[in-house]
Design a protein. Structure first.
Length: 293
């Protein structure tokens, strides 16, 4: 039976910057397990993550869905900057903040991440001891695997932008921007099917760009190598037609942990956010969480 819930606006501090979150609280007479959530590469919490949170809350879980520094409703004077270290700090700040809220059961801490944040929940599961379970949806896990899905020309076209971006920021924050997502053939971080991209973005207010040096973040970050250090259950949802976070490599890395449960969905990277695959996936995630608590 679905439960009624309410959503509240919450501010929390992350290394001196005010971040903003939505707290979903089920109608319950006792504190509920809490799922901490964040968006993928260059996204915001409005990019379908709220739909996941609503379904989790209807199933009886409190949810804390936040925007990273410099994104969405959160503050930050380096807008659209994607920095792995800072995003992991925001995750840890969000977790520590909400665990202290007596309206939630901080001892039953769950994580949900998708795409780039799916990689983050793998890293967090390997480095924190208080996580009961985590879901990593179409997670970014390995730089080399992702690089192999694109042509050398894709990379070469971006090198001048990366160099220009680095040089322009020596005297201040004056980034050279690249599109985050676009259709195949255009110069962007992510290339996807035009029809799926239009369905995914829809009418969401979305700033479709990030500093070109974001590419350097991928080079130094392959969170899939931390599967071997995980000691809490992790549900890995891989997409068989994913060209951004290849399923085969993710499944191979996930096998390094005895705590992983893997399922392959017959869709692409952005399809899993949309019907009909969303329904299949969200029901699987809720079932997984129920099994772990």
């Amino acid at each position: 039976m679905e439960k009624a819930f309410q959503r509240q606006d919450i501010d929390f501090d992350s290394k001196g910057t005010r971040c903003r979150a939505w707290l979903y609280l089920p109608d319950s007479d006792h504190p509920c397990p809490i799922i901490v959530m964040a968006h993928g590469l260059g996204g915001t919490r409005e990019m379908h993550l709220n739909e996941y949170a609503e379904r989790f809350a209807s199933a009886g879980y409190a949810c804390f869905l936040f925007d990273y520094r410099n994104y969405g409703a959160s503050d930050g004077n380096q807008r659209q900057l994607i920095n792995v270290k800072m995003q992991l700090e925001d995750w840890n700040s969000a977790i520590e903040y909400i665990k202290r809220d007596n309206r939630v059961d901080g001892d039953n801490l769950l994580l949900f991440g998708s795409s780039f944040s799916g990689g983050h929940v793998i890293w967090l599961s390997a480095h924190r001891k208080d996580i009961k379970a985590a879901v990593a949806q179409c997670p970014y896990t390995d730089t080399i695997a992702t690089t192999k899905t694109v042509s050398p020309l894709y990379i070469l076209k971006k090198i001048p932008y990366v160099i220009a971006d680095i040089l322009s920021c020596i005297t201040g924050y004056h980034p050279v921007m690249l599109k985050l997502s676009s259709y195949k053939g255009e110069n962007a971080f992510m290339e996807a099917d035009e029809e799926t991209t239009k369905r995914f973005i829809g009418d969401i207010d979305y700033i479709n760009e990030a500093p070109a040096r974001t590419l350097l973040e991928f080079i130094k970050y392959s969170p899939g190598k931390f599967f071997k250090n995980i000691n809490n259950p992790v549900y890995v949802a891989a997409c068989s037609k994913d060209t951004l976070a290849p399923a085969q490599k993710t499944l191979q890395l996930a096998c390094n942990s005895e705590y992983t449960t893997c399922k392959v969905y017959n869709c692409g990277h952005f399809d899993i956010y949309l019907h009909p695959f969303f329904e299949e996936a969200i029901n699987d995630y809720i079932h997984f969480y129920k099994q772990t608590i």
